[in-house]
Design a protein around this ligand. Structure first.
Ligand code: ZN
Length: 336
């Protein structure tokens, strides 16, 4: 799997005036440390995705973390198709899906048992309480006729971020640190009515191997037998320092709309010469359409179609990602 080559027009991060920017992933490198990273800031895009569903807060938070992970890892790949992070497990939240296109189009949804989630109580439940046991799959779909790549890790540890770190430890032997933060905001529209919004922010750093790969390959089968990563050696001093500095990031800093991604990077790593690359913009996009869904319906047999009829004799299909409902006359579906 080819990695993206950061744009040539890079700039040293300077404190600069506040230039808050949202809905992007900012790649960065710390010069002389052999450390690369990504900083993700999701504002309107995360409110848009979560706002299409009335998820209980713990489910919304978990999905937002999954979307952050997909955005940070997906923008590091040379994608032709899409990158998907999907969990599958036996707990109250049995499915989380987040996917991103090469253009930065992000979407996601969660499947859960509302009663079981409510029974967990008002406190933020743990990852295991929410998802139970299962796995997380990271998939690169290159489009028709091209290879897809998948890596799978157990859904364990205390967070979605820990699962992402686990993926790199197992498959690529790349020491990785990931932090994901989600915050619910109360926004007021021009009439003063309160409406819920969300913000999400994430940062990851990775110690580079000699060949400098970043998310080199999602296929865990490619690592040569007996290959050793840096984790086998005495921990590199630079890597230790990069980790300690990253651990000083406060949750609120990752979601503060008044603090730009560049300002945050500057605060963390300016003494070490942090360099930012061209940001990847993110937006909400769902590829569902009437034609697409009609095509799927046309692949169904007559019995399946009859099972789907509403009392009015119509077929209704809801897109899980964007929550839009498409209604069809069964005659129209059969006719074309
Ligand atoms: Zn849709």
């Amino acid at each position: 799997m080819e990695q993206t080559t950061p744009e040539a027009s890079t700039a040293r991060v300077t404190p600069g005036p506040a230039d808050p920017t949202d809905d992007l992933v900012l790649p960065f490198a710390i010069e002389g440390m052999s450390v690369r990273g990504r900083l993700a800031r999701l504002g309107p895009v995360i409110s848009e995705i979560l706002g299409r569903h009335a998820y209980p807060a713990p489910v919304a938070r978990l999905l937002a973390e999954t979307l952050l992970l997909a955005a940070m890892l997906g923008t590091a790949l040379k994608l032709e198709g899409r990158f998907t992070v999907q969990t599958s497990s036996d707990g109250p939240v049995d499915l989380l899906v987040a996917d991103m296109t090469k253009e930065g189009g992000l979407r996601g949804y969660a499947h859960f048992d509302a009663d079981k989630v409510a029974a967990l109580g008002a406190e933020m439940p743990t990852l295991e309480e929410l998802t139970g046991k299962g796995s997380m799959a990271l998939t690169i779909d290159q489009g028709p006729g091209r290879n897809s790549y998948q890596g799978v890790v157990p859904l364990e540890g205390d967070s979605i971020a820990a699962c992402g770190e686990d993926y790199f430890r197992r498959s690529e032997q790349l020491p990785t640190l990931i932090k994901l933060v989600v915050a619910e905001t109360l926004e007021r529209d021009t009439d003063g009515a309160a409406g819920g919004g969300w913000r999400a922010g994430g940062i990851m750093i990775q110690q580079m191997p000699e060949d400098g790969g970043f998310v080199r390959d999602l296929d865990p089968g490619d690592a040569p037998d007996g290959s050793t990563g840096h984790h086998d050696e005495a921990e590199d001093e630079n890597w230790s320092r990069a980790k300690i500095l990253m651990q000083t990031v406060e949750d609120h800093e990752l979601v503060d709309p008044a603090l730009s991604a560049e300002q945050l990077l500057y605060r963390l790593y300016h003494e070490d010469g942090v360099r930012a690359f061209a940001p990847h913009p993110l937006s909400f996009s769902c590829r569902c359409s009437r034609e697409y869904i009609k095509g799927i319906l046309q692949g169904f047999g007559e019995d399946d179609m009859s099972d789907m009829l509403t009392e009015e004799g119509r077929i209704e299909v809801r897109c899980e990602f964007c929550n839009r409902t498409f209604e069809f006359d069964p005659e129209d579906v059969r006719a074309s």
